[in-house]
Design a protein around this ligand. Structure first.
Ligand SMILES: Cc1cc2nc3c(=O)[nH]c(=O)nc-3n(C[C@H](O)[C@H](O)[C@H](O)COP(=O)(O)OP(=O)(O)OC[C@H]3O[C@@H](n4cnc5c(N)ncnc54)[C@H](O)[C@@H]3O)c2cc1C
Length: 306
């Protein structure tokens, strides 16, 4: 394996320090599902320049790559990922100028929401309990409790598939339900600019506390998962359809449909595998289709090799 990547690794060592290049790294450590085989190479760029140079180098070497935030919307298959995983969690600086927050792609949504609150800026509380990064959230237009990224983003600095770097203003980004132009065009988010309104710090604090409480009551955050497994089908709620098929708490090997929220598939113990999650996804999809004639589509991104 190392032979295949020898040239690339030599070149990456000129861009990144050696502790930011890992070989054969298990994806279990980097996903909230705590599942998945190893990736061949994982790199951790910690500045915009390091990210841009690394991506250019990877493209030049024609090596496949995958961009990783906090792995909170991912199901990585058991044989792992070939090529390079570009882990952006070290690219996480956040700055603020008046009501504009400029966040690097690897910044935690929870940190950004706390910074917004500390500066009396409202409109970002919806993101306080989403366990992902700014980049991951922009990519799929993450949202909760009536808020979503489309409402606050004013522009995004990206890299395209050719390694070109440019800035896209809000007007040129199409946001849909859990989809964006960024996702469709496979751009890498380097940085995102967010515009918020001024508000009352205490009210923002209370709103965040309330949303965190709702999450704790309704979501199985005590078990490994990747959030809602399925997208909301038009006119329905995935969790309700699954519940009405009798799946609440349904166990399949080491994984299960959550008892607390039927829209979440969770793991039951450390022996769980990605294949078991995929099997359960199929069982649920087939039963829901047979009973309600609704085909569920996964919200969780499924990547890697079986
Ligand atoms: C308990 C729990 C609750 C959740 N609640 C919600 C919720 O309320 N609302 C919601 O929308 N989601 C929710 N999620 C799902 C998830 O947290 C979000 O989708 C989040 O935005 C994913 O961000 P991430 O950094 O973890 O992305 P990852 O899971 O690492 O990646 C997801 C996708 O985004 C891409 N990506 C990541 N970073 C970048 C980047 N910089 N540029 C381009 N593409 C990138 C990846 O390549 C991948 O395709 C929840 C998950 C969990 C585990």
């Amino acid at each position: 394996m190392y032979g295949d990547y020898k040239v690339l690794l030599e070149q990456l060592k000129f861009i990144l320090c050696s502790e930011n290049i890992k070989i054969d790294e298990s994806m279990k450590k980097y996903t909230t599902f705590k599942l998945g085989g190893a990736c061949d190479i994982m790199i951790f760029p910690s500045s915009e320049e390091e990210l841009i140079e690394s991506i250019k180098c990877i493209i030049k070497n024609k090596t496949p790559y995958f961009v990783l935030g906090r792995g909170s919307n991912l199901l990585v298959k058991d044989k792992g990922i070939r090529g390079v995983v570009v882990n952006l969690t070290k690219l996480n600086r956040v700055s603020i100028e008046k009501n504009i927050i400029r966040a690097e792609s690897g910044a935690n949504l929870s940190n950004v929401s706390i910074i917004a609150k500390d500066n009396s800026l409202c409109g970002f509380s919806f993101a306080c309990g989403i366990p992902g990064t700014i980049g991951g959230a922009v990519n799929m237009n993450a949202g909760a409790y009536g808020g979503e990224m489309s409402q606050v983003v004013i522009g995004v600095k990206v890299i395209d598939l050719n390694g070109e770097v440019f800035y896209i203003p809000r007007e040129e980004i199409e946001f849909g339900y859990r989809t964006t132009t960024v996702m469709e065009r496979k751009y890498i988010v380097i940085r995102c600019d967010i515009s918020l309104e001024y508000g009352n710090k205490e009210e923002i604090h209370d709103e965040m506390k309330d949303l965190m409480h709702k999450r704790k009551m309704k979501q199985p955050i005590e078990y490994p998962s990747a959030g809602s497994t399925f997208k909301r089908p038009e006119g329905y709620f995935a969790g309700k359809l699954i519940e009405d098929c009798g799946f609440r708490g349904y166990i399949h090997k080491n994984v299960m449909v959550s008892e607390k929220h039927c829209g979440f598939i969770v793991t039951r113990n450390e022996n769980a595998t990605a294949s078991e999650v995929l099997e359960l996804i199929d069982i649920v999809k087939n039963r829901v289709y047979d009973k309600f004639n609704v085909m569920l589509d996964t919200e969780v991104r499924i990547i890697g090799e079986d």
